[in-house]
Design a protein around this ligand. Sequence first.
Ligand code: SF4
Ligand code: SF4
Length: 121
Amino acid sequence: MGSFKLGGMTLGSLFKKPETVLYPFETKPAPAGLKGHVENEVSQCILCGICQKSCPADAIVVEKKERTWSIDPFRCVQCGTCVRLCPKKCLAMEPSYTPIATAKTCRVLQVPDPKAAVTES
Ligand code: SF4
Ligand code: SF4
C-alpha cells in the first residue's frame, strides 16, 4: 500500500509545475514575516554609531571622518536591533529578498553632509 501511494505521488509530480524557480530571473512573492535586509535612509543619518555598537554580528561600520555607513550583508543576521535603536529612525528592514552578489562585499553608503548642502546653496 505504501509503495503504491509513493508511486502515485511520483507519477503525479511528473505533471505538476516545479516548486522551484530560476532565481534571480524569477522570484516568488516574499513570504509574510520575511525580515529581508537593512536599508539606511542616509539623508537622516547622523553617524552616531549606535547601530555599530549594538550590532551583535559586527555587520555595521560607521566612519565619521569619511562620512560612510556600511553593512556587511553576509554578517547580518537580520535581528533588527540596529533598526530598533537608531535614534533617527533612518534604518528599516526591507522585507524583500537580499540583492544577489557575486562576491562577499560590504555595501558602503556615503552620508551627505548637511553643512555642505547649506554652503552650496
Ligand atoms: S544609529 Fe542611525 S543615525 Fe546612528 S549611525 Fe546608525 S543609522 Fe546613523
Ligand atoms: S539587523 Fe542585527 S545583525 Fe543585522 S546589522 Fe542590524 S543589528 Fe546587525
